[in-house]
Design a protein around this ligand. Structure first.
Ligand code: HMG
Ligand code: MG
Length: 329
């Protein structure tokens, strides 16, 4: 029988906030991260070591990492905090903070050796992010796919030396804002294989534009399976622009995928993907998965309260239908 545990990767503090035009106070971001950590979510994407000229909203990621390492953040489960880093400059910026607090986090090896120990320091994860199309790579990273993969090889090697887990995104896998629907799944499989061979621990398949449909999700996953990529090495990262994220989630679950990204309150969007809206809401994912008898370990009431709070804080509508129903809004 398939394992009924599902891991949700909460990307709200990064993907959810990176597109906001007014700079969100550090205290609000930290409050969001600490509240999310108490709901049972085990992995929280907390920031991004990218160029502040490109994504000004993520400029205080250093302070966020520093806070995470200084404070013993309360949580019912061992925590992993994830940060994007596209190149060695980004990784070195993260490493400079880790060097200052060498005993404040545990390595991936330590965590794997004893995954459910009752007292845990957090682990830190680095995320690189490739694109499935040349046009999106140019817009998002200002380079072609081959060049980006060279950077990622360096980032992955350096991150591993530091004992950090690495996830590797591939964006626009089910539709590109510049090249359309017909993204080649074989190209996705090639890029995924290359990044796994470089040492990435996980491939996160980004439906950046939300253009993915159930049949094409299935086609993509079948293609990756034929290329020898294991389900346990895949996470699905659905944006909900066309309202297809839960349907696509059902297809991926049926296929055997057990890791999914989501964002509290349905926050989010990529600054280099015009028109794309937020990630699928964490509240909707928890409700949907639990209705199928899956175990997310996440407290739906708590996460719904956070969605209501953060969207109000940002002056945005709450994009989680489940969240609104749960709090009675
Ligand atoms: P560039 O302008 O070609 O880079 O940008 P450059 O090497 O010419 O450097 C320009 C300046 O940036 C220099 O500073 C560098 O030092 C600095 P200056 O000398 O002018 O003062 N710089 C950096 N600063 C801080 N951290 C760094 C860094 N690198 C260079 N890491 C670059 C190339 C990759 C830097 C740029 O294109 C970039 O930062 N892109 C990131 C874009 C981004 O963050 N997009 C959103 C995340 S991806 C996403 O949302 C999709 C996802 O959710 C999955 C999905 O939905 O599909 C993950
Ligand atoms: Mg995204």
């Amino acid at each position: 029988p398939l394992d009924n545990r599902v891991k949700l990767v909460e990307v709200g503090p990064r993907d959810g906030l990176q597109n906001e035009k007014t700079i969100i106070p550090l205290a609000t971001k930290i409050n969001l991260i600490e509240r999310l950590a108490r709901t049972g979510l085990s992995t929280i994407e907390a920031g991004s070591f990218v160029s502040p000229k490109w994504v000004p909203q993520m400029d205080n990621s250093r302070e966020i990492l520093e806070h995470i390492l200084r404070r013993d953040i309360a949580s019912p489960t061992p925590l992993t905090f994830s940060f994007l880093a596209p190149n060695l400059k980004g990784l070195n910026n993260a490493n400079a903070i880790l060097e200052k607090h060498p005993n404040a986090f545990e390595t991936q090896a330590t965590r794997l050796a004893n995954p459910s120990a009752s007292s845990h320091k957090p682990t830190v994860e680095i995320a690189v992010f490739a694109a499935a199309t040349e046009a999106f790579s140019q817009k998002n990273l200002n380079c072609d796919i081959a060049t980006s993969l060279k950077w990622f090889g360096e980032v992955i090697q350096a991150a591993k030396q530091r004992g950090l887990r690495v996830r590797a995104y591939i964006s626009v896998v089910l539709g590109c804002p510049f090249e359309g629907h017909d993204v080649n799944p074989h190209r996705v499989a090639e890029i995924a294989t290359e990044m796994l061979e470089m040492g990435a621990d996980e491939i996160a398949l980004g439906d950046t534009t939300g253009m993915g449909t159930a049949p094409r999700t299935k086609e993509l996953l079948n293609c990756l399976r034929s290329a020898g990529i294991r389900n346990e090495d895949i996470s699905m990262h659905f944006h909900d622009t066309y309202g297809q994220a839960l349907v696509n989630t059902a297809v991926a679950l049926e296929h055997g995928i057990r890791t999914f990204d989501s964002s509290v309150g349905g926050l989010g969007g990529c600054p280099y993907s015009p028109g794309a809206t937020g990630n699928v809401a964490t509240e909707n994912m928890v409700y949907f998965l639990e209705s199928l008898g899956m175990d997310t370990g996440v407290d739906l009431d708590a996460v719904s309260d956070i969605g209501a709070w953060i969207t109000k804080e940002l002056g945005k509508p709450n994009d989680s239908s489940v969240g609104k129903a749960v709090i009675g809004a």
